[in-house]
Write a protein that binds this ligand. Structure first.
Ligand SMILES: NC(=O)C1=CN([C@@H]2O[C@H](COP(=O)(O)OP(=O)(O)OC[C@H]3O[C@@H](n4cnc5c(N)ncnc54)[C@H](OP(=O)(O)O)[C@@H]3O)[C@@H](O)[C@H]2O)C=CC1
Ligand SMILES: O=C(O)[C@@H]1CCC=N1
Length: 268
């Protein structure tokens, strides 16, 4: 996810590569790859990087947040803006781990940030000012759309927008597999599938019609679309999609319980 953000910010000329510092714990080859590809600064010293940073983006796995913040908290201060893209990890928990009053904003982008097309939401923690929100919005606007939401909704939004690209790719993979079954030339088929999806999205965005009206426009009685849609209905495709999104949202809430619970009687 960090690479998608870096790539988008640089491509959209929002930040100069020399002003982006990237760290990790152990994978030096990965850091060199990012340096080579984007011209960003890399370092395995959190201390060195954090001392200079105005904005810190946390992008490790949720399970690594405790360890990560333990190692960086003494190099961070209330003058820095902390952005977290971690699924299920609350701003309160990050503030608790930091142990000081740095402003923390929960951000849920998606990997389409790499091409400037993320659907990002941001949600402020308790020490956040309008200025911090404006800075964060401007940063992520460079890599797609940005909406401010209540933190209670971020788990559900993660299921739709954070994980969403994966469901789309899964569907496309299925369509690609059909090419073999239909003995169609791969390159032609892939191009047609992508343009078909692009066209459907363009129409969804520009038309006042509902998705149902749009698919009914395609379907002719006794025709090909009806034959295809019958399979989706018989296999309860829409119920499966709803269940998929519900499970993803539930997992985000579980992550909060498993990894982001503040001990009782903790003073802010
Ligand atoms: N992938 C996605 O589509 C999205 C992901 N997210 C969130 O983004 C986060 C990252 O996901 P993803 O990019 O898929 O995961 P990856 O495992 O690909 O990336 C995590 C990175 O964090 C580094 N890292 C781990 N611990 C530390 C640490 N203590 N200090 C510095 N770097 C560290 C890892 O390197 P090393 O092991 O060498 O330290 C690794 O490069 C997750 O919390 C996820 O919930 C949010 C939206 C979408
Ligand atoms: O799968 C995950 O947990 C992360 C969060 C949203 C997208 N990827």
């Amino acid at each position: 996810m960090a690479e998608a953000i870096i790539s988008g910010l640089i491509q959209q000329k929002k930040m100069l590569p020399k002003n982006i510092y990237v760290t990790n714990r152990q994978n030096e080859a990965r850091l060199l790859e990012l340096k080579e590809k984007y011209g960003v600064q890399v370092s395995s010293s959190n201390e060195q990087v954090l001392a200079e940073a105005d904005i810190v983006i946390l992008a490790m796995k949720p399970a690594g947040v405790q360890e990560a913040i333990k190692t960086i908290r003494s190099y961070t201060s209330e003058n820095q803006l902390i952005l977290s893209v971690l699924a299920g990890i609350t701003t309160d928990y990050i503030s608790y781990l930091l142990g000081h009053k740095a402003p923390v904003i929960r951000v849920m982008p998606n990997t389409s940030a790499a091409v400037g097309s993320s659907a990002t939401v941001i949600s402020p923690g308790i020490y956040v000012s309008d200025k911090h929100l404006a800075v964060t919005e401007s940063l992520f606007k460079a890599v797609g759309t940005v909406k401010q939401v209540l933190e209670k909704d971020v788990d559900s939004i993660t299921a739709i927008a954070g994980s969403g690209p994966a469901y789309m790719y899964y569907l496309v993979e299925g369509m690609f597999h059909s090419l073999e079954e239909l003995h169609l030339e791969q390159e032609l088929g892939r191009e047609l599938i992508l343009q078909t999806i692009q066209g459907a999205i363009d129409l969804l965005k520009s038309s006042n019609q509902t998705p149902k009206e749009l698919y009914l426009n395609v379907k002719s009685p006794g025709g090909t679309t009806e034959a295809g849609l019958n399979v989706l209905e018989n296999k309860r495709f829409q119920e499966i999609i709803i269940e998929c999104i519900k499970q993803a949202a539930e997992r985000s809430r579980e992550i909060t319980k498993e990894m982001s619970t503040i001990p009782e009687n903790t003073l802010r």
